[in-house]
Design a protein around this ligand. Sequence first.
Ligand code: HEM
Length: 397
Amino acid sequence: MSHVEEQDYANSNELFGGSIMSPVPDPYSVYTRLRAERPVIAMKGWMDASHMITRYDDVVAGLKDAETFSARGNARGIGLVIGRTILEMEGAEHVRHRRIVTPAFSPRALRGEVEKHIHAVSHQLIDQFASEGRADLVPQFTFTFPLRVLAQIMGVPISDFEEFHHWAIDLISVAHDPAKGFAAAKSIVDYLRPILDERRKSPQDDLLTVLLNAEVEGERLGEEEVLGFLRLLLPAGAETTYRLTGSILYALLTRPEQRAEVEADPARLDDAIEETLRWESPVQIVSREATRDVEIAGYTIPQGELAIFAVGSANRDERHFADPDRFDLHRENKSDHVAFGFGEHFCLGSHLARMEARIAVAALLERLPDLRLDPSASCGVVGVAFRSPDRLPVRFG
Ligand code: HEM
């Protein structure tokens, strides 16, 4: 196997027509071409030298093979600012740490109080604009809603959601703007440290207390480890679910027949959630580090370089999903999507994300009669690493 020659690296910004965080409207035509002509492409520009894998079967096989594709690849991106967390741990260490937080996000734990809280947050937000006949559902609803829910589960009293949310977003932009990422990480820690001190003195029935009391191999987690969990969970929950909710709304509001089906039969909302996860995956790429020289589809990924598994492309692979660019509630294999990743690092918050989306979209459709996109303002789903509508101007009533 030969190594990739220096001149073989494509410029990722040129390939996609923008940086990793830019609002690119359509990366899918690039992916279609790559899947057909160059299913593994060496790139430079976004992060270190990296190799993007775009076909469904290759993405699933790679994410399954944790020995060859190590999650420590995450240490070079988001790990730089959130510290060492389960996202970059492997094997037994990963299992021991992930186990601390898994129970809080199980379907059983979410039923009841959390579910009620999600209902309450949805309706409080809708109350603020329901009488106005118009709104932009991104800033006024989808954007702020998941962070509020997560803050409640974690037991982190956030007084200024807007400011906190901007830190969460700056944090995940680290590959694109490191200075902003590090500044945001510091702001989050400065904000959270006094809350941790307070909770140590008076434990509560919340995840923060669980983290402060958690032991791994007989030892309490250190403060850095607790802060790491918070720096991971808050953006992971806040920065992703809002995108899913926005894209579901966009899909339904631009497809009246499918929206009518959802309104006639609420069970169809689950189909809309799964099909949106496939069709407009909120998180489009998952990074790993090659632990040895490895060949995929005839291309070599050299040891130590990053493998970028393009889940957003895999979910549009015509080899797996017929007519993949079409949004179709009735698609039989839509749940084969890999929008929550695959294997050991499969998303911890998948049940919470689905529950939030289900409750939020149902509440909006029920409370805002004749909900429709504002014909005088355009909008669409945008992004490369993350995708969602950047605005959703609507009218109703
Ligand atoms: C639609 C919403 C969401 C999407 C699309 C999504 C997507 C993903 C993906 C693709 C991964 C795999 C990362 C990798 O393999 O490197 C992941 C992991 C993770 N997600 Fe989510 N996520 C969502 C919501 C949430 C929520 C609400 C939480 C709240 C706690 C969360 C917490 C996590 C955590 C902690 C991990 C790391 C798991 C591990 O490394 O073992 N996610 N997510």
